[in-house]
Design a protein around this ligand. Sequence first.
Ligand SMILES: Nc1ncnc2c1ncn2[C@@H]1O[C@H](COP(=O)(O)OP(=O)(O)OP(=O)(O)O)[C@@H](O)[C@H]1O
Ligand SMILES: [Mg+2]
Length: 525
Amino acid sequence: MLHVEDSEDDEGLLLLELRRAGYRPSSVRVETQAAFLAALEEGSWEIVISDHTLPQYSGMQALRDLRARGGDIPFILVSGTIGEALAVDAMKAGAQDYVLKGDLTRLPAAIERELREAALREEQAKMRERLMISERMASAGMLAAGVAHEINNPLAIAALNVDTSAEALARAAALANLMKSRGSGAAAALSQELAELVAPLEDAREALKRIRDIVHDVKLFSRQNEEMVGTVDLRRVADSSARMAWNEIRHRAKLVKRYEEIPLVQANESRLGQVVLNLLVNAAQAMPDSYPSRNEISIATKTAEDGSAVLEVADNGSGIPKENLERVFDAFFTTKPIGVGTGLGLAICRGIVLELGGRIELESEVGRGTSFRIILPPGRASEVVAKAAPVDPSHERARVLVVDDEVPLGRALERLLRVHHDVTVLTGGEDAIRRIGHGDPFDVILLDVMMPDVSGMRVYDEVRAVDPEQAERIVFLTGGAFAPSAREFLDRVSNPKLEKPVEMGNLLLLIDEVVTRGVRKRQNG
Ligand SMILES: Nc1ncnc2c1ncn2[C@@H]1O[C@H](COP(=O)(O)OP(=O)(O)OP(=O)(O)O)[C@@H](O)[C@H]1O
Ligand SMILES: [Mg+2]
């Protein structure tokens, strides 16, 4: 307490009153402006109590000096004779309260109230700040997600064109080799030139794959579209989370992955990403930061006996004492210092997992380590994206229709596919509806789900109405996550779905599969 008062006696009386009320004040008395300002500069004060009139200073001036410095220290004016006008002035100038010297019994209660309110104001200010930070983060996340989404299409175009180029290069090289074997010197030189192109293309392909992973991570952790649900491979989520947590992990432990086959699950990938990320950060924080080579964090996936998908994050860190095992999932339970942990991580994890109809199991032993297991029900059969199973490929040239509003993407698909098939590209749903049902039927139709003019869903319905058999040959190209209406639609139809950016191998296999299925159907009926 900083006490502005010229009379030692009055100071004594005031302190006595406070002690009587159970306070044990640590107080400093000043009588001049210089001393007051110096004291403010030096110490951190919880409250200022000031006499009204002093020989060389005044309570009102002290109040102005205090408020001029900013900050939020409560100020209580004490006076022998306080008139109503003066009291009003003091409150207007920002005093919290005033008390008469003749009636100091009111002071302790006034102080208590002011301290409580100051604490409350401070807490509110902190909350406002946290809210602002999280709003800022959310809008940064939105920007990042938007950028990532924009990159997806050009990335797919680059990747498909690199794939096409690599294939063309392989054919040209084979041709040059054939001519070389027939004794052409020029062909030998050409063959050498072509061989020079293999490594750069391969490097470019690798780089594109890395960009694709990064774009995926940004989309995942920008936490947009959390209401959207898609078909999720937990291994892919684990990879993204591991890349995100890598900075936390690398100095403390080595990371081991043991992935076994697991069923896909139906979930929001971004929320699952948060779950795995939090488990990995917890594991890293449970490690001593010495001997990173002895510390190990592992991520494992496997299929449970009942068909559930299981993901386990284990560490050989500090472990959790028995008495805390029940509490770690409680909100705000943390053993970490302020600023390191809020204790919300596992509470949020559990919420997300329960919402998906799954559960979290925990095993831990002090000094040996901890493992968290997430168990999620497998997605319904219709949700399991057609993983093009190697069927007996027909090797026939098929008539393939590509419908995608992104023009260069259509072009890239055409270049890639025309070596194997006869390709028609349309850039809108309207065109597609007009075209299908007129002229020769297509063997396979690659149909973008989201298009600005007429969506893939509408196209499907229209095609089904005029030619149900062709509707069965539609393969949906999706962005990976869906608005609820699209989700419901894709659940309903049994057509294969392929997530963008599509990979060449998957695409070619899937086309063969659809063609083969059509051929069998014709043979049988
Ligand atoms: N792998 C682990 N090893 C040892 N203790 C752990 C582990 N995971 C969690 N805990 C304990 O459980 C507590 C709660 O974890 P939780 O993730 O909910 O919050 P936090 O990590 O403390 O804070 P936040 O996640 O909000 O940053 C931790 O403070 C820690 O004591
Ligand atoms: Mg945590």
